[in-house]
Design a binder for this molecule. Structure first.
Ligand SMILES: [Mg+2]
Length: 181
């Protein structure tokens, strides 16, 4: 029960995921949530950390694609500043946006990883689509009004999952533990 909300990995921040870790998992592209995963939800400006991480991925030929439920205008604005590909209005946890990204960028499920801060959208969506996932801690403790109810439900689900799976712990990298699935 509730297994469809379980992430493959839990890493504190997207910045801790390195090209080397991704190569070890044969990952060619990272699908990433936008708000509170890549940047703060209430600020369109990327931090120095975000910019450096994206540069590092580009230097290593790892495609970073924003997969966001947010509207085109907001996603496009950030994506153009960061020079990233993007899929807006993704409707996570439904599979549609995931499939769109795979088709559009000619990738297979095994070649991508979904990174996000919400289990009921990002992680459940990845599991629905048969893609491995990394749950990260939200960049900000606060959320947009429409995310707050989700957080309450997520806390309940996470408490249940962690009780059932003591190996579910925050790690510093993908290498800190074996995948469980
Ligand atoms: Mg998010």
């Amino acid at each position: 029960m509730l297994k469809s909300f379980k992430p493959t990995w839990m890493v504190e921040s997207i910045y801790q995921i390195t090209p080397e870790q991704l190569r070890n998992e044969n990952i060619k592209a990272v699908l990433t949530d936008l708000d509170n995963t890549l940047i703060a939800w209430n600020n369109p400006e990327a931090t120095e950390e975000t910019i450096e991480w994206i540069e590092l991925m580009k230097e290593n030929n790892i495609n970073v694609i924003i997969l966001s439920n947010n509207r085109r205008k907001r996603v496009e604005k950030v994506a153009s500043i960061l020079e990233l590909e993007f899929v807006p209005n993704a409707l996570k946890p439904f599979q549609r946006g995931f499939n769109k990204a795979l088709n559009e960028f000619d990738l297979t499920k095994d070649e991508v990883l979904m990174v996000g801060d919400q289990i009921i959208t990002d992680i459940k969506g990845a599991n629905n689509a048969g893609i491995e996932s990394v749950l990260v801690k939200p960049i900000l403790d606060s959320d947009a009004w429409n995310t707050r109810l989700n957080r309450f439900v997520e806390l309940k689900i996470m408490t249940y999952l962690i009780n059932k799976n003591p190996d579910m712990k925050w790690r510093g990298s993908l290498h800190d533990r074996e995948r469980t699935k």
